[in-house]
Design a protein around this ligand. Structure first.
Ligand SMILES: NC(=O)c1ccc[n+]([C@@H]2O[C@H](COP(=O)([O-])OP(=O)(O)OC[C@H]3O[C@@H](n4cnc5c(N)ncnc54)[C@H](O)[C@@H]3O)[C@@H](O)[C@H]2O)c1
Length: 332
């Protein structure tokens, strides 16, 4: 596929199907990048909140300087509907419904019935292998994972994931296009369950449960350690650059003794199982690993929203090629 002209996003209409937490922030991100967006609500309930949420993301983004076009103008590029046929002109459809393969399959049938044969179809699945999802579609070659991080309109993260039958050149097109969305994307050329970040994160979650369930630390202890150690350097460095900066041989030595003691549990931990079976969702219903009053839960969500804009400002000062840029500037 040809490289997209990133200044012509207005000529690339995109469909977003599923208007929950992520569908709304993905829609805001695409509008801010200049795309016309058709946002499809598969369930009536989405219509109650979607427009308000998207408008709030756009207003806050304007206040924070992420975009200089006012929300009213951007909203003119958006149509929200329950009617799948509105996706007809879209060159790319992003499915963003519940993490359930039966639901996703039925959504793909409805999308594929209306989009053009050369339009691309993608899923924001967190961990269902793309090779399995593309088998649920009529044209597996045009199907990809497009894995965003919440809130999608502020984060730089994006994984473009190829399944076994995906046409990699189309994946490269998505990789190029996502630069217009303010992303520093990763192209995962070979499918693996959990892709990159979820494999890394779930290895960490598993160890966190092991430490708490076996009495080595409390939930608060684990969170405090995590915030103040990896949370301190990760936005700048990632894993491998961090080892380079702090001395590679020490990691080599520690691995020999530490790896055999790490958790390799394969069952869902009891701690999370108990919460989920009791109906706990986290801050969404003030019932998670911590106890919250409804007011505290809401304030945590609000504080996280504030923080995402703050850390974004810091992260933007340190792009991936920061050292190359510094060298170039000092040579002038
Ligand atoms: N929340 C995150 O941080 C995150 C991060 C990366 C990927 N994801 C993935 O994105 C997808 C959506 O997650 P979310 O957090 O936005 O979920 P959500 O619960 O906020 O929204 C789910 C949406 O699914 C749709 N839906 C619900 N029931 C349906 C049905 N029966 N038929 C068709 N559509 C239905 C609705 O549009 C609903 O709003 C999931 O696959 C999830 O794994 C989530």
């Amino acid at each position: 596929m040809n490289k997209p002209d990133l200044s012509r996003t207005r000529e690339i209409p995109i469909g977003v199907v599923g208007l929950g937490l992520m569908g709304c922030s993905i829609t805001a991100c695409l509008l801010m990048a200049g795309h016309p967006v058709v946002a499809v609500a598969p369930i009536e309930g989405d219509l109650e909140h979607a427009e308000r949420r998207i408008r709030e993301h756009l207003s806050k983004s304007q206040q924070e300087g992420l975009v200089d076009v006012d929300p009213g103008t951007l909203m003119k590029n958006l149509s929200i509907t329950t009617d799948y046929s509105a996706l007809g002109p879209c060159k790319l459809a992003i499915e963003c419904t519940l993490e359930n393969i039966d639901i996703k399959r039925s959504v793909y049938q409805k999308i594929e019935a209306v989009i053009a044969e050369d339009a691309l179809l993608t899923s924001n699945t967190s961990a269902i292998p793309i090779s399995i999802l593309q088998e649920q579609t009529r044209h597996p070659g045009r199907f990809f994972g497009l894995h965003w991080a919440e809130p999608s309109h502020t984060t730089r993260f994006l994984e473009v994931i190829c399944g076994e039958k995906s046409d990699v050149s189309k994946g490269e097109y998505l990789y190029d296009l996502s630069h217009a969305w303010g992303k520093e994307p990763t192209l995962v050329r070979k499918d693996i369950r959990g892709f990159i970040t979820n494999r890394l994160m779930y290895a960490m979650y598993r160890e966190a449960f092991y430490l708490v369930e076996n009495g080595y630390a409390t939930v608060e202890d684990v969170d405090r350690a995590c915030r103040n150690n990896p949370g301190y350097w990760m936005t700048l460095l990632g894993v491998f650059r961090w080892m380079d900066l702090t001395g590679v041989p020490a990691y080599h030595t520690v691995m020999k003794d530490l790896f055999p003691t790490l958790s390799n549990a394969t069952e869902v931990p009891k701690l999370i199982d108990d919460i989920v079976k009791a109906g706990g969702k986290g801050t969404a219903n003030a019932h998670g690993f911590y106890t919250y009053t409804p007011e505290e839960a809401e304030l945590w969500e609000e504080t996280f929203r504030e923080f995402t804009y703050e850390i974004r400002k810091l992260a933007l000062k340190y792009p991936v090629d920061i050292v190359k840029r510094k060298l170039k500037n000092s040579a002038r």
